[in-house]
Design a protein around this ligand. Structure first.
Ligand code: CO
Length: 136
């Protein structure tokens, strides 16, 4: 049902400092940068092999990532798995008894469709499923 890991999400307070680490020191190329108002974040996507690291800076303290930062500080925020059909996957995860944050998908970066599962039912790991946009 789940494909490969698409990305890990990292909550940051300072995007320039995070880029100095991930892009300059660790050598990951930046492939995309986008403000996702719906999720309240400025996101930067970096390539690492076939996978990505997603840096997330909150647009304000009342956003989900802003609240995360206030509570836990910068660091690992979520793990995202690729799926072919996010709606069908959500339905089967719900049927399996998992608690969903998103009953219906929302728009992620680069036109993807994403949904989050509640960490209370995924062993404390905030988990995202991602259906990538079709590439032409
Ligand atoms: Co993500």
């Amino acid at each position: 049902m789940l494909g490969r890991i698409d990305h890990i999400g990292v909550a940051v307070e300072d995007l320039d400092a995070a880029l100095a680490l991930y892009e300059s020191a660790l050598g990951m190329p930046v492939v995309h940068r986008e403000t996702v108002t719906e999720q309240g974040v400025e996101a930067i996507l970096l390539d690492v092999g076939e996978n990505h690291v997603e840096l997330l800076k909150p647009l304000g303290p009342e956003t989900p990532v802003g609240k995360f930062l206030a509570k836990k500080g910068p660091g690992l925020h979520h793990v995202a798995y690729q799926v072919e059909d996010v709606v069908a996957t959500l339905a089967s995860l719900k049927a399996a008894g998992l608690r969903l944050i998103d009953e219906t998908p929302r728009t992620g970066i680069r036109g993807s469709k994403v949904a989050f599962l509640h960490p209370a039912s995924t062993g404390g790991v905030l988990t995202e499923i991602v259906q990538p946009a079709e590439r032409h």
